[in-house]
Design a protein around this ligand. Structure first.
Ligand code: DGL
Length: 273
């Protein structure tokens, strides 16, 4: 505890916050965060070259995350937002004590909030790696054992989003297939447990009311805001903070795919780690 306090007391409050995902998914979180805390300096890294993370092994995910975190160390980040359910589910526990910044894994940050909702059956759509880890059911049931959590993997959905294929007949068919599977359990709410999935809300809501879905992004951003306040780590800048976007490949494609959640001025820079 003392070590954590000592480290935090030395942190420059105006140091940047890193955002990490395999691609455009993290922008669903970043857009909410930016609304809440516009004066923070932010660095976003989307590892588009290695996307989709949901189909990678734990060893590969550790390797990608270490490279991203080392990069954020080189940028003197005061905190890193793991805006990726897949790495939060598989890698966070392994790397959480190895870095000098505050780490915010999405699942662990929002599970308690979800567990407090007045529901008995909650569905979770997520990537195969997140579903295999059972991270959502474990963390929700650690708070409330009475909630039945139905977890269903949607392997093709991330590629649909990254490749702007949302409106194709094939994509709609894939989305309906998983939705029908989930609806057979009669969930009272369905968590979009991959940060890419909110991009599919226009398609999902063709079949069921949009308010059936929980996009954890705003609760997650607010959790981070409250934690930064409690640690006295908010930026002291009066003006809007800086923002830089990096991707490991296909910057033009990233900019196009991201538009529904965040309209960036420039094309992101390439960063090969
Ligand atoms: N958006 C990430 C998640 O929340 C990663 C998706 C992927 O690359 O498979 O799980």
């Amino acid at each position: 505890m003392w070590r954590v306090l000592t480290i935090i007391s030395k942190i420059n409050k105006n140091a940047p916050i890193g955002f990490f995902d395999s691609g455009v998914g993290g922008l669903t979180v970043y857009s909410e965060f930016r609304k809440l805390l516009p004066s923070e300096n932010c660095i976003y890294f989307g590892d588009t070259q290695n996307m989709p993370y949901g189909e990678k092994s734990k060893e590969q995910l550790i390797e990608y995350s270490k490279k991203a975190f080392d990069f954020f160390v080189s940028q003197n980040a005061k905190a890193v937002v793991m805006a990726c359910n897949t790495t939060s589910a598989t890698v966070y526990d392994v790397l959480k004590d190895s870095y000098p910044f505050r780490l915010y894994p999405v699942i662990q940050s929002v599970a308690e909030i979800i567990a407090m909702l007045p529901y008995k059956t909650i569905g979770v759509f997520a990537t195969p790696a997140t579903i295999n880890s059972r991270a959502y059911s474990k963390s929700i049931n650690s708070v409330n054992r009475d909630i039945k959590v139905i977890e269903i993997a949607c392997p093709s959905w991330v590629k649909i989003v990254e490749n702007n294929l949302e409106t194709t007949t094939e994509a709609l068919g894939e989305i309906k297939l998983k939705l029908d599977q989930m609806l057979s359990y009669n969930p009272e709410a369905i968590v979009l447990g991959c940060t890419h999935y909110p991009y599919l809300l226009p398609q999902l809501s063709k079949f069921v009311p949009e308010n059936l879905f929980i996009n954890p992004a705003s609760a997650y951003a607010d959790y981070i805001r409250r934690d930064l306040i409690s640690l006295d780590l908010l930026s002291e800048q009066k003006n809007n903070g800086s923002e830089i976007f990096y991707v490991s490949s296909s910057p033009e494609k990233f900019k196009k795919a991201s538009q529904m959640f965040y309209r960036m001025d420039a094309v992101p820079e390439i960063l090969c780690l």
